[in-house]
Each structure stands twice: as structure tokens, then as C-alpha cells.
Write a new protein. Sequence first.
Length: 583
Amino acid sequence: MTLVDVLRLLRRNALVLIISVLVGIGGAAGYSMLQPVVYQAASKGYLVVGKGASTTVNEQLNANSLASLRMQQYLPLVGTQAVADNMAEEMQLDGRGFSPGPIEVENVGGSGILQITARGASAEEAQARADAGVRALASEILRLETLDASKIKESETLDDAATGGEASLTLVPYEPAGLPGKPVSPDWVKNLLIGAGIGLLLGLILAYLRKMFDLRVRTTSDVEEAAETAVLAVIPTSSELAKQRKTAGGLERSSLSSEALRQLRSNIRFLNVDDPPRSIVITSSTPGEGKSTVSANLARVLAEAGEHVVLIDADLRRPMVATQFGIDGKIGLTQVLAGRVSLTDALQPTETKRLQVLPAGRIPPNPSELVGSKQMTEVVKKLRQNHMVIVDAPPILPVTDAGILSRQCDGAILVVRVGKTMKDEVKLSAKRLEQVQGKLLGAVINMANQRNMGEVVYGYGYGYGSKGYMSEYYASNAEPSDEVIEPELGESRPSPGSQRIIDESKSAETTQFARVADAAPRTQKPAGEVSRAAERPAHAPAPEPVPQPTPSRGDSGWRREAPALDNDDDGLRTLFGPNPDAR
């Protein structure tokens, strides 16, 4: 892991680190509150060499050297019982009722000064203990210095030994202890800093473990490594896309989501310049990753770019395309494959020009057999001659439909949801397509948080503000025009006067066709029949559009009445079994 990776890790887990530091500070504060308040005071004493110890300069120097050596020998006396007893007597004489406590002694700078440090529950108690400690140590040093070695018997202890000699070294109080102004314990600043440091360390460990053991897809590199394919687009979350799952509706042309879908359209065109795909399966690893929404909006943007597009709802278990376009989904793919309805009648127009939809139709009991049939292959083959075919397939891991459809089409695009799809699921989905010899064209990362678009695209820890790296560009003051500018399709546009004459002629012709259609009996068209546009060679000029039943504008989009069916269910029995209505 490089320094850049560490910085990205810190940025990505900034909230975790902040919470960890706050928890550490809180723990340190709780610990400090439970600790007793302790004050500390210090007094000083000075070691004096006796007058009779030296008479000349050399003797004085020798006496000072001896005093320094003896002073190091007296320092451990502060822990003896004799000094403790002397200290208890001194504090009893003090009259303030404080009890003796442990003291510490040190030689200040190698000089003849000894510093006695004592602690207490109050400032006065610490002061009294420090002063009493100096006097107690001085009394013990004086007793040891005045011992008469000649009178010490073998059976006697130093406590019982006789004194009376002249002291060569004496400790006298030099500076009494001052009254401390604040306690030394608990040290709030020190404890809080230690707590913050421990919290930060734990936060870093947690952030590293999160990164190492995160099994969900977070970035484009996660998808590319798992599926071994390129990411064609990253689609951000959008309220418009969320509404499409329940009601019909399109996207604003200037939204971030629509721009991401246009990027997907451009990348699809350049997947293979010599032989671009004409039929594409859109699938996902598991349900709930937005593959139907991606399919519908990809079909829209392709049609807006001048392509003639057919969107097939091949998810015969949980069809969603009819709901997203607000059309009647009772008649569709299943009836076409059963031969009950012609492909021309089953195709339904949409509000988007050049886009037709083939709904799923009635839900059958054997979806896998239907999508794997020869009729399905023939339908895709005929439609792709003059149309861009987008197939909305079921998730590939729960069922086999998407794998079967990928062989019938030019390839499949895998939709992956950020923060939901597991890396192993992406890897297994790619393997499933490889096992059935299907081609994985690429992947689409869906539902990326707009705040973390940079992180998803460029890697762990990147970010570009509140809306992502495209927000500032689309947040300009320029308002998009309501007028839709259609792309040039290789034919000249008539003048306004000529266009008016053409429109009047077409209106009269459409009325005449409608009258003839009402008078003529309805005939059943053979299965597999496609529109005249599908049968026309690619180089032939576009003929006049075949009159379609007049669409009615509903609450949720363009609707066309489904063709009527005969009462007999012979064809449906073949497709659904003996009792299709029970399904």
C-alpha cells in the first residue's frame, strides 16, 4: 500500500476515524473522572558538613567528597520504617490531623540539596507531608551520624545502639513546601490525548480491516478485476430513475443520469467498430440491481440518437418494461412465441420516436424453454436486421434465461449495483456466461451515490464535492430548451409549405386506411411475421410508415389496444399447459 492509498483510506473512512477518536476521548474522560484527586508538594533540605571534620583546604575537599558519597547512601532511607515513624511523630506535632504517607527523595543536580516530594488528597495535606518528610529524614540522618561505634554490641541493633558522637554530616530544612494550586492527578490533558491517540489507532485498524474484508463492489476496479471486462458507464442515483420502477416516465436531458446513459450509448457503439452489436442482453447478478431501468433508458437514448430500437421484455418471471413505459403488457413475447399473435401486432409504440416495445405478455410456467426456443432466436434475428434490439433478461445467477439469451444475441451487459452486489457474484456471473459461450460486452455500475462518483470511478478515497464531478457543469444557469432537435438521418427536410401538404396528405391517407381496416375482416397473421421495416434491406430507402391503430394518450404514456384473441386456447394450451388461466 502506497502513501496515496493510505491518504485515500483516511479520506474514505474520515467519519469512522472521527467517531473512534471521540470514543477514545470519551473513554479517557470517564477514566479521569473515576480517579481520585491528588495534590503534590515538594520541600528541600541541605546537607551540612560538621565543623570538626576539616581544618585545612585539603581536609575540606575530602569532607565534601565524603559528604556526597554519604548522601547517596542516605537516599534509600526514605522508605524505611524508622523514617516513617519519625514522619508520623512530626505530623502529630503539626496538629492538623493529617496522616503520614509515602514520600520520594532526589538529589538536585548533584549538589548538597535533597528534595522531598509528597502527595495528598488536598493541597494542605501534601504540604504537611513534604515538610514532615524533610524533618523525619534529617532526624534519622542525625541519629546515624552520631552513633558511637565503640559502644555497639554484637547483639544490639542500630535502633538500640548508643549515640553521643559528633555528626560529620547533618540535613537541615532549607526550603519549606509551597501550597500547590492545582492537582497533579488526574491529568486531564494527558489522559485525553492518550485516549484520542488510542481511538485513532483503533479507527485506523478498523478502516484497514473494512477495506481488506469488504466483499461488496465499490469501485470500477472491483468490477474489472472480478468480471475481467471493462466498465462501460457509471450511473448515479436519481429520483427520476427510482420513479420509473413504479410509474412511466423519462429522464431530463440535462440530468446526470441521462448523461451517464449517453456515455453508455457511446461506449456500446465503439465496442466493435467493424461489427457493432445489434442485439444486446441486459442482465444482472441478482434481483434489485436496476437492470430493467437501465434497459429501458438505454433504449430511449439509442432511439433519441436516430436508431430504430426494439426493447424486448424477456424477463418472463418478473416483467417490468410495460410498467416503465405505461403500456398494456397482457399481450407480448409469450403470445408471439406461441404463434397466437404476430410480431407486428405485439410490438407497441412508445412516446419516444423510433422506439418500440415488445412486452413480456402472460407469465408462462416454462420461461427458460421459451427463451431458448427456435422461435425466440428467429424473433431476435429478424428484428436485428433493421433495429437495435435491447433484451431485458432475468438475473443470471438465480435462473438460466440470461445465459441462453446471450447466445442468441451479440452479447450481454452486466448491471452491478454499488454497495450491494458482491464481488464473488460478479465473478460467478461472468463465469456463467463463459460456460454457455455467451459474450460479456461489459458492465454498468448502477446506483452510485452522487457524492462518491469520483471514488467509484477513480478509486478508493476520491471524492468531488456534494454532487460529483459532473454537478458543476450541469448546474449552470443555462436552461435547456423544450424543443427536441432530431439528428440528421441522411434525408433532406422539406420546406414548411411542402411539409404542410405532406402532413395533410398523410392525414387523409390514414383516415382512408382506417376505414378500409374497419370494413375488412381480421385475419390471423402467421407466427414470426415482422414489420415491413424489418423485411426491408438495409440499403433500401425508408418507405412510408404503415398505418397503426390510433394510439390513445393515457395517464402514463402512449397506449395501444392489444389485438383481440379468439376464445379457443389451443395455442395457449401448447404454451402454458392444460389450464393457462390457473396461472
